[in-house]
Design a protein around this ligand. Structure first.
Ligand code: FAD
Length: 453
């Protein structure tokens, strides 16, 4: 990989952090008239890349494998209140966060989910005493803020063992690291690089959800774009100097530039054939960087057996990552819904369970607390991102053997023709919608720059 490009990428990212993104584009003139661009994938990164290029006059077609757009932003309203299959929160919805900007532009109604509004239940299903909880959090804080820094080698679990070799036997400790770390990073605690997560960053202020659905921003972004759904890209041939051929099962598309925004899980599966093959350094990084899963289960009950004003119920289980967090819909909706989440290694198993098995598993954890009060389930929605062939997991994380260069390699374009974006290409804001969005703008601006060469 060329060092100079790395610097170019870095300086671009630091530049856009300071620029208002309200117009979505850094460029104003129409220098791309007559240029054809194919974007693979209609997730948030592909959509904003397309908008940016269209403003410059390019002819852009987005090829999307699924029958819907938005990728890992997908809202289902069949429970009477939005269920988000993918992204649920705007993390750090400050005014610098471009997703906050989109939420305002789409007149979305936002709701602050207060992290402090919560109750924690132990393995026996009893509420955990404040003092015990303070102790659990103190251990977590000490390890996260005192034990780990940029130079720490190994995984978060290694750091926990280093701190105290017995502490991992405590289910409360396993709970706190799953709920606070596996959730954020999306991988199993023994695989997440303790050192590299220090390079990740966030915008300030408390997280919010969309009361009327995250997909409102997708619909806003997709306006006036040419999107072909049900178009599974099978190959990208960029051998010729003159053009690139992008092929689906039924059609070949000829273009000048390609932006590939498919998830890291799809790149790992090699289901898209690149000709010539991607360079070794890029392929290595695709294989190395972590891509985990997170399972969600929304249970709509006929009767409510829990309080309306507690935002989160936290539940300790024997197995790390087994339903540590339940979000209570009653704080923002009339619907009697509890939404549970599984993380890390447990999520990998949960994603593959049948809906009946998954529901039974979630209900066991709830029954441990509310016993016979747990009533009839009226309706269920669940995710299974691991078995989705066009995602193959939830989001990326820095694995123990990764380096910063791996993420730069994922972002790096090839021959000024083939460009890459998506959440996995930006370590600083990995695994987020704002990160994905910013990479779409970065890739579009790389295309604009390439036309000047
Ligand atoms: C369960 C879950 C919870 C999350 N929670 C949050 C959250 O609360 N807050 C937050 O900020 N982020 C969250 N995220 C992460 C966020 O959703 C993603 O980072 C972001 O949406 C990724 O956007 P993208 O454009 O990079 O990829 P995607 O949205 O995955 O878009 C890629 C597109 O490529 C398409 N594609 C794949 N293969 C092909 C092919 N061969 N041909 C054509 N098209 C193809 C896919 O179908 C998809 O539409 C969550 C994700 C998940 C899964």
């Amino acid at each position: 990989m060329k060092i100079s490009r790395r610097y170019a990428l870095k300086s671009f990212f630091s530049l856009i952090s300071y620029i208002s993104l309200s117009n979505f584009s850094l460029a104003k003139n129409q220098s791309l008239i007559g240029k054809d661009v194919i974007i693979i994938g209609a997730g948030i990164s592909g959509l904003i890349a397309a908008s940016t290029l269209i403003q410059k006059g390019a002819n852009v077609i987005i090829l999307e494998a699924k029958n819907y757009i938005g990728g890992r932003i997908r809202t289902d309203r069949s429970l009477g209140s939005p269920f988000e299959y993918g992204a649920g929160w705007i993390h750090g919805p400050s005014h610098d966060n471009p997703i906050r900007n989109l939420a305002n532009r789409s007149n979305s109604s936002l709701f602050i989910t207060e992290d402090d509004s919560c109750e924690l239940f132990n393995l026996s299903g009893n509420e955990i005493d404040e003092k015990v909880w303070d102790k659990i959090e103190k251990v977590w804080e000490e390890i996260t803020y005192n034990e780990i820094d940029r130079n720490t080698k190994g995984s978060i679990l290694d750091a926990i063992y280093e701190y105290d070799s017995n502490i991992w036997n405590d289910p409360n400790i396993r709970w706190v690291f799953s709920a606070y770390e596996e959730f954020d990073y999306g991988g199993p605690i023994h695989e997440i690089s303790a050192g590299l997560i220090q390079d990740m960053s966030s915008f300030p202020t408390d997280d919010v959800i969309f009361k009327d659905g995250y997909d409102k921003i997708i619909n806003l972004l997709a306006k006036n774009l040419k999107i072909k759904t049900n178009s599974i890209v099978k190959s990208v041939n960029y051998m010729s100097k003159n053009n690139i051929i992008v092929s689906t099962k039924s059609k070949n598309y000829e273009c000048d530039y390609v932006i590939c925004s498919v998830p890291l899980g799809v790149l790992k599966s090699n289901s898209i054939e690149f000709n010539p093959a991607l360079p070794n350094y890029k392929q290595d990084s695709i294989e190395k960087v972590g891509f985990g899963t997170v399972s969600k289960l929304a249970l709509k009950f006929t009767d409510q057996f829990w309080n309306s004003d507690v935002q989160y119920y936290y539940t300790v289980a024997k197995e790390t990552g087994r339903w540590p967090i339940w979000m209570n819909y009653r704080t923002f909706s009339k619907k009697k819904i509890l939404m549970g989440l599984c993380f890390g290694d447990y999520a990998k198993k949960a994603d593959l369970l049948t809906t009946e098995e998954l529901t039974e598993d979630g209900l066991k954890v709830l029954t441990n607390i509310w016993e016979d009060d747990v009533g009839k389930v009226q309706n269920v929605l669940r995710t299974s991102w691991l078995s989705d062939p066009f995602t193959r997991g939830a989001y990326s994380f820095p694995r123990v053997d990764n380096s910063k260069e791996d993420f730069e390699n994922l972002a790096e374009s090839i021959d000024n023709k083939l460009f890459f974006c998506g959440e996995h290409t930006y370590l600083k804001y990995l695994a987020t919608t704002h990160g994905a969005f910013l990479t779409g703008i970065r890739a579009a601006n790389e295309v604009i720059k390439a036309t000047k060469n």
